[in-house]
Design a protein around this ligand. Structure first.
Ligand code: CA
Length: 502
């Protein structure tokens, strides 16, 4: 204990526990004022550390955001701009930098970068997106299936390494990358009845018709009303012999991974709900509202599992006597639409997806309960953790060390905007776009549609009204276009594909 106190006092290399969940929106985190759920354990990080109110991703899908977190550089520099790109593991990452600085390192859970993890002494990952029930996990030794719910299994594997897998002579860094609450939102058996009988509040724009938005918002295929699958997404199983289409074709394989006991718990919970739906005659807005309830409850049940996991790990830190020398970070790779604009999924450079929860407890650095309004981005974690661990920050890193911000002293030259770039095409039919977000406005460029959108987050927090061509916003528009030019040049963004791009 004395030794521990001495090393802490000397500012020795702190341990680092980094939770990275998948698609967890700020609007489903009570530390961010959620009106639909409670996340007491994540809130505990907020109460004992700092909460970033303006943390954004640089690309609103899984693999590109994860690559940016790991490398501290944008996608055109780390090679991952879409979920189809393969990560080159020879480039410097949080893991390799800390490993070189003397850390023992581990990665548990969703990796999603196609190549094997590098820089980790130990890794145990979900192949691809992974499964909620009976997930396969893969190490350098091979793959095996583990009976359980993926959130619980991920937590157990993390605890196993913390308890007996790591080299206790070294400081440690572990990434605990939860699959939850990613689609298709299959909660653990202990959570299947949460929220049942309750009505979860709807976002004000649930039934928005996108009349005041551009082509992309009208063309997307991520509406709760029209693009959710009854079995795959909403857990409503079809009658025997019904021909299956779309993702519903994959649903059975997922349910088949449950143990008989898990399946029994599941059917007991969902059977009566589905029977009620089958007997009902819902249509139009009533049907959309019903789908929203089914969707959001499963999403929040998955969030509850992640929050429980955070609680277990926080307890472990305290039980191990490591609280004073362990940094705890909770983040998600991006946010998610929880019915805003009538949508699920992410991608769009609008706040529900663009913003991510980011909470940091760093003893003797963060003021307990502090809120930070500096504009930060996923690329900032790499240089922050390099500095924390005494590792060399690679010259190419585009993010900035958050430590002064965490200490409450945001440097005068801190950024006043972030650059965003989404390059995927196909799924959910969202065109590539780029843009810039300041503390109040978002400017989005849609090169394939040759359109622009401008939103005033202060007067239109749901971002349902594009004011780009509104004369009252002429000055703002000019300023935001300049800001985009400046950001493109600052980050070295290549040109976007467009109608004229050959
Ligand atoms: Ca994600």
């Amino acid at each position: 204990m004395l030794e521990l106190m001495l090393t802490a006092a000397l500012g020795a290399q702190p341990n680092i526990i980094f939770f990275l969940s998948d698609d967890h929106a700020c609007n489903a985190t009570s530390a961010y004022g959620s009106v639909i759920n409670d996340t007491p354990n994540i809130d505990h990080i907020a109460a004992t550390g700092a909460t970033f109110d303006r943390a954004f991703c640089n690309n609103g899908i899984c693999a590109p955001s994860r690559a940016a977190f790991l490398t501290g550089v944008h996608g055109w520099n780390n090679g991952v701009e879409t979920n189809g790109d393969r990560f080159d593991g020879s480039q410097p990452t949080i893991a390799s930098a800390l490993h070189d600085a003397g850390y023992t390192t581990a990665m548990i859970g969703k990796w999603h970068l196609k190549t094997d993890p590098t820089g980790f002494d130990h890794w145990d990952i979900l192949p691809g997106q992974g499964h909620y029930y009976g997930p396969d996990f893969r190490t350098s030794e091979g793959k095996r299936r583990i009976n359980g719910h993926v959130t619980d299994v991920t937590t157990d594997l993390a605890l196993e390494w913390l308890n007996s897998g790591r080299d206790t002579d070294k400081p440690f860094m572990i990434m605990i990358n939860h699959k939850a609450p990613h689609r298709a939102w299959m909660p653990a058996p202990q959570h299947v009845d949460m929220y049942e009988g309750e009505v979860i509040p709807e976002p004000p724009s649930l039934l928005d018709d996108h009349a005041n938005r551009g082509t992309a918002a009208k063309a997307q295929e991520m509406e709760i009303a029209n693009h959710m699958w009854l079995w795959y997404d909403l857990k409503i199983d079809p009658d025997e012999g019904t021909p299956l289409t779309g993702p519903d074709r994959w649903a059975k394989g997922r349910y088949d991974r449950m143990t008989p006991a898990q399946a029994a718990t599941w059917n007991e919970a969902y059977g009566p709900r589905n029977a009620w739906f089958e007997a009902s005659d819902l249509e139009d807005d009533e049907l959309t509202r019903y789908k929203y309830q089914r969707y959001i409850k499963d999403y929040l049940r998955c969030v509850a599992g992640v929050d429980d996991s955070v609680g277990e790990i926080l307890d472990w830190i305290d039980d191990a006597g490591l609280r004073e020398n362990t940094i705890v970070i909770y983040a998600s790779d991006q946010g998610f639409f929880l019915g805003e604009q009538g949508w699920y999924d992410k991608r769009f450079m609008n706040d529900p997806a663009l913003r991510l929860p980011l909470l940091v407890r760093w003893p003797n650095v963060t003021e307990p309960g502090s809120r930070i309004d500096a504009i930060v981005q996923n690329i900032d974690l790499m240089p922050t953790l390099c500095a924390a661990g005494g590792a060399t920050t690679p010259d190419r890193v585009q993010g900035r060390d958050l430590r002064p911000v965490l200490e409450g002293h945001t440097p005068d030259d801190w950024r006043d905007a972030i650059y965003y770039r989404y390059m995927e095409e196909g799924i959910h039919n969202v065109a590539p776009h780029e843009g810039v977000r300041t503390d109040r406005y978002a400017l989005i460029h849609w090169p394939t549609h040759d359109e622009w959108e401008l939103f005033d987050l202060e007067t239109d927090p749901q971002e349902t009204t594009n004011v780009h061509d509104d004369p009252r916003f002429a000055t703002v528009r000019k300023h935001m276009h300049l800001a985009l030019e400046q950001m493109r040049s600052e980050v070295g963004a290549p040109g976007m594909p467009g109608p004229d791009a050959g």
